[in-house]
Design a protein around this ligand. Structure first.
Ligand SMILES: C=C(O[C@@H]1C=C(C(=O)O)C=C[C@H]1O)C(=O)O
Length: 368
């Protein structure tokens, strides 16, 4: 008797809460559409001002996300509210025209995951087989943006991406950080049946320790992407792939072992490339490409102005120039926007001591 009383009280409370939730959902729905109508009006104003190619404003979106994170009182996490609002902006923008975003394909790659994380899911995501083709698709205007991997916390820079900036006029419009989990996947059910394992060279390297230990006699074959590895493992008997979870789903493979990456906080950074400069948000980064002659103290002369103007450097990479006339090229990331007075002053001084300075872009820092 007591029990049934208790359960009927719980039932009433549940019913009441569900009613409340329905009422809240109706209000949210109204507000979502109200917001979408505002965004449509913004697009009308932009069209009237002659902007037809791209309504997307990375600096404005970063500001929206930052404001939301600042105002969030929980219990939802910052990451959760950021995800909601990212998707909301993505859908609002797509009402006009979905953004065309090229990524390193095929379907199921981490780069695709990074593209969705940055732009939301209401985009037209175009898989392309090489980094060069992504640059070309954005340069030609076939896509508004491209997403390419640039560095991994375990394995270092993806040199091909950096080298592409040497010859391209494209600008960096954003960055995305993604925690990378690798999984061993196959059509076979036991790892003893595996004779060969496919993956992108970077991923094989990121799982080297695990492979040495658990699959020491299995041949490792590098292929063009993790998704390609999954595709091959699905059709070739007694093989496996190392790839992300999405690839296993896409190609119908069974995950035999999860999280086999050697470094527990294995992260990859991706760059968003576009044709237009991005305005300042107050929390930006600037990427530079410069070359110096091979003189003693040449690099010191480059870096000194940053120190003098109090600019923090977050990365420096040197690469062969491939152009003969320059001995070295450096890829440097600093904090701040090129329009921030302090950074602008520092860049003016840097320019005096280099043989070439190209600002690859100022863009909002990745939020999560
Ligand atoms: C609405 C605008 O256009 C786009 C949509 C945004 C949004 O939904 O909040 C933000 C920036 C732009 O990408 C705008 O410029 O404010």
């Amino acid at each position: 008797m007591a029990n049934s009383n208790k359960s009927s009280t719980a039932d009433t409370a549940l019913l009441q809460l569900r009613k409340e939730i329905d009422a809240i959902d109706d209000r949210i729905l109204d507000l979502l559409n109200q917001r979408a109508r505002c965004a449509q009006q913004v697009a009308e104003i932009k069209t009237a001002a002659g902007e037809v190619d791209c309504f997307h404003r990375p600096e404005r979106e970063a500001e929206v996300l930052r404001r939301i994170a600042e105002n969030n009182r929980g219990p939802l996490s910052q990451e959760a509210v950021t995800r909601f609002f990212r998707e909301l902006m993505s859908e609002c923008l797509a009402l006009e025209k979905p953004l065309a975003v090229a990524f390193l394909g095929p379907q199921g790659t981490f780069t695709q995951q990074a593209a969705y994380k940055h732009f939301g899911h209401a985009i037209q995501a175009l898989p392309l087989p090489t980094i060069d083709e992504i640059f070309r698709a954005v340069e030609s205007g076939a896509c508004q943006y491209g997403v390419v991997p640039v560095e991994n916390s375990t394995e270092g820079v993806i040199t091909h991406t950096l080298d592409s900036f040497l010859r391209s006029f494209l600008l960096i419009a954003g960055e995305v950080g993604l925690r990378i989990h690798h999984n061993l996947m196959s059509t076979v059910s036991s790892s003893e049946e595996i004779r060969e394992v496919f993956s992108h060279q970077q991923s094989l390297a990121q799982c080297r320790g695990w492979l040495d230990r658990y699959l020491p006699n299995v041949r490792r074959t590098p292929v063009s992407s993790n998704a390609e590895a999954a595709r091959l493992a699905a059709v070739m008997p007694n093989t496996a792939a190392i790839a992300g979870e999405v690839a296993a789903e896409l190609y119908g493979l069974t995950i035999l072992e999860r999280n086999i990456e050697d470094e527990p906080d294995n992260t990859t950074r991706f760059l968003v490339i576009g044709r237009n400069p991005v305005g300042a948000t107050g929390n930006d980064k600037t990427s530079l490409l410069l070359s110096t002659r091979n003189n003693p103290g040449a690099l010191y002369a480059v870096l000194e102005p940053f120190a003098r103007h109090g600019i923090s450097m977050t990365k420096i990479e040197s690469r062969p120039s491939r152009r003969g006339t320059w001995d070295y090229v450096f890829f440097i990331d600093v904090e701040g926007h090129r329009d921030d007075p302090r950074l602008a002053e520092a860049l003016k001084d840097v320019e005096k001591s280099v043989t070439m300075l190209k600002i690859l872009g100022s863009y909002p820092r990745a939020s999560f």
